[in-house]
Design a protein around this ligand. Structure first.
Ligand SMILES: [Zn+2]
Length: 181
């Protein structure tokens, strides 16, 4: 059976002792904006995901809907989380470089860009970055600093949540924001 996902030929799996055991690394330099992966799989409901013992390789794609691996986990499903990522989402299932990535660097994205459910979020982070949040939670997408940093790279369902939250802000706040330079 073929892979359920596409991974750029510029990337490959390598051991990562600090994290889950594996990571995805750049074999050659990658430019900002390049497509790195397109995830596939089977669409599962929250109820189906809740019944899974191992939820590490799931990807939330909508409110209450997730992609889960088909058969064996393949390399594209091994992209680790980082609180200071070099990659981000493009749409629901695409991963792009947020900046130039050097050969040998690990490719990581912030899972707050894709996942916003306690079913798949809620873990201690070992990314080791100076800006590490420590605990990664389902409502991290709501942090203003992450909304600013990852604008355009959240999954569409999270972008809709952010838009709805900003519409619900008090009128006085909206006026002040419009008046700002
Ligand atoms: Zn971290």
């Amino acid at each position: 059976m073929g892979f359920a996902n596409w991974l750029s030929p510029k990337l490959a799996r390598r051991e990562n002792a600090q994290k889950a055991g594996h990571g995805i690394y750049a074999l050659v330099a990658v430019e900002a904006g390049e497509l790195l992966a397109v995830w596939g799989g089977r669409v599962a409901t929250a109820e189906q995901v809740a019944a899974m013992d191992d939820r590490r390789h799931t990807l939330q794609v909508e409110e209450g809907l997730f992609l889960i691996p088909v058969g064996q986990v393949d390399d594209a499903e091994l992209v680790n989380h980082s609180c200071v990522p070099n990659a981000g989402l493009s749409g629901q299932i695409g991963l792009v470089a947020l900046r130039d990535i050097s050969a040998g660097e690990e490719v990581c994205y912030d899972y707050a860009m894709s996942d916003a459910s306690p079913l798949t979020m809620g873990f201690d982070c070992a990314c080791g970055e100076p800006g590490c949040r420590g605990r990664i939670a389902a409502d991290d997408w709501a942090r203003p600093e992450l909304q600013r940093r990852y604008a355009g790279h959240f999954s569409p369902y999270i972008a809709r949540r952010i838009e709805a939250a900003s519409q619900a802000a008090p009128a006085a706040t909206r006026r002040r924001r419009r008046a700002a330079p």
